[in-house]
Design a protein around this ligand. Structure first.
Ligand code: LLP
Length: 457
């Protein structure tokens, strides 16, 4: 049988990082060992310990620039890409995104605060959420952040706030366009049966309601159809549907100047994944909006999109150290690492697949074996890989998992009171900490023993 070539030998698509498994700067040194951003991973682990999240700055910036460049090409002068910060929210990410001229989408006061502290201008932030608290809404209004109204409860409260301030408030609304796409059901949001947004069939009633408010100015529409999508047709359809909704809103006197088409472009986690490029995605959605506007003689609205995963996922890797082995003869060999479902809950939540290699033998030179990579949590399902081929390895060897930049650190937990790993940024041979490693004592910070228990002991 012909030997399959390692994914590490595949040609890198410099223009569209989401089409690669590995960060753009990944290389194998003369010593045969893996490095990223010009930094030897083995050296980084010696200095910063493991598990370790690493982000490659060049890949991150390339992804941001790809969205900006393609939007300029297909939708000149009237667009704003917005980073969906739920993918990976930090002061560093907010700062980088903002330095590239992107806006940011936040879904909680925590994400809003992170964005503002990271330097994202408030007029480039949008605030989403299907159950915003009063406090969150007040925070957004006070900071002049555009709110995306998700439901009647949002609308009622914004109506009240704008009346009490006697001040106009610009709003956008989120609706479900009724588009089905092929992705995991938990990350599919644009179909009719979704907890997010107004049903498309309700919009005329909503438009009328908004026209009757004193101070709410509806000037934008939002829809997001799902995540990790490889097809282009759903976004082509979305452009057309959204333009039709502009026409409906116009009938009620609303001047829609902004269309936010959400995010959703998939990335290549494994060799079986073949997502479109950022350019193809932007071209599809832009041409669909331009064509539909032409057809109806409408001025082009400002086009916004909200990529999360395709900005940050491929830039990120996670390094684990191998500890225990357990061989069950004739069945499998478990290899346990020093992290797992608390730093990457995606395999246990969505049965997600990743690619990985050994840091000291990335090409699996010499013997190859099948392993099951287990996390260290007290949960049988805490498996990062059900079956993976790696070169023969031993306790103390390092494993690099690719594509972990999105929805890993942001979905991490302290299950089993395991501290979160540190996160590093690498670029041109330098590594800098962007999130400190937690310690077990950090995890006790918010524990409180009521006085009467202290007395008892
Ligand atoms: N905009 C809205 C309103 C969203 O709800 C999302 C993702 C995005 C933008 C960004 O989508 P992206 O470009 O990243 O596909 N935890 C799941 C993904 C949940 C996505 C939630 N919404 C996962 O790990 O796969």
């Amino acid at each position: 049988m012909e030997e399959k070539e390692s994914f590490l030998k595949q040609k890198i698509d410099i223009e569209s990082p989401n089409r690669n498994i590995v960060p753009i700067t990944t290389s194998i040194g003369n010593d045969g060992k893996l490095s990223v951003g010009g930094c030897s991973i083995e050296e980084l682990v010696k200095k910063y310990d493991s598990p370790l999240y690493i982000l490659d700055e060049i890949t991150l910036r390339k992804s941001c620039r790809a969205y900006k460049k393609s939007l300029e090409k297909y939708y000149p002068g009237k667009s704003l890409p917005i980073y969906a910060s739920k993918a990976n929210s930090s002061i560093f990410m907010s700062n980088l995104i903002s330095s590239e001229g992107l806006g940011l989408d936040a879904v909680s006061e925590g994400e809003l605060l992170t964005a503002l502290q990271g330097g994202v201008p408030n007029n480039k932030i949008v605030f989403h959420g299907n159950n915003k608290s009063d406090k969150e809404i007040e925070f957004a209004v006070k900071n002049n952040i555009k709110i995306i109204v998700d439901n009647d409860y949002d609308l009622e409260r914004l109506d009240e706030i704008s009346n009490s301030l006697n001040q106009n408030l610009e709003i956008m609304i989120r609706f479900t366009p009724g588009i089905e796409c092929h992705t995991h059901e938990y990350i599919r949001t644009g179909s009719f049966d979704s907890k997010f947004g107004f049903g498309i069939e309700y919009l005329n009633i909503l438009f009328e309601k908004i026209s009757k408010t004193n101070h709410l100015k509806l000037n934008g529409l939002h829809a997001h159809i799902g995540s990790q999508i490889f097809e282009l047709d759903p976004h082509k359809d979305l452009g057309e549907i959204m333009v039709n909704v502009i026409l409906d809103a116009n009938k009620f006197g609303h001047d829609i100047q902004k269309l936010n088409v959400g995010g959703g472009l998939g990335i290549k986690y494994t060799e079986n994944d073949d997502p479109p490029s950022i350019d193809e995605w932007v071209k599809t959605i832009s041409t669909s909006v331009v064509k539909a506007c032409k057809k109806h003689n409408l001025d082009l609205p400002i086009l916004m999109c909200e990529p999360g995963r395709s900005i940050v996922s491929t830039a990120g890797i996670t390094i684990y150290k191998i500890g225990a082995f357990k061989e069950i003869p004739g069945i499998r060999t478990y290899l346990s690492v020093d992290g797992g479902m608390s730093d990457n809950p995606r395999p246990i939540t969505y049965q997600s697949n990743y690619s990985a290699c050994l840091v000291s033998n990335p090409f699996n030179i010499k013997s190859k074996k099948k392993y099951t990579i287990a996390g260290k949590h007290c949960e049988s399902g805490d498996l990062l890989f059900k079956e993976i081929e790696l070169a023969d390895c031993k306790t103390g060897d390092l494993i690099c998992v690719f594509g972990t930049g999105a929805y890993n650190i942001s979905m991490s937990s302290n299950y089993n009171r395991i501290p979160r790993p540190a996160a590093l940024l690498v670029c041109n041979g330098e590594a800098e900490i962007i999130q400190k490693r937690e310690s077990p004592s950090d995890l006790l910070r918010y524990d409180v023993l009521p006085d009467r228990f202290i007395k008892q002991n």
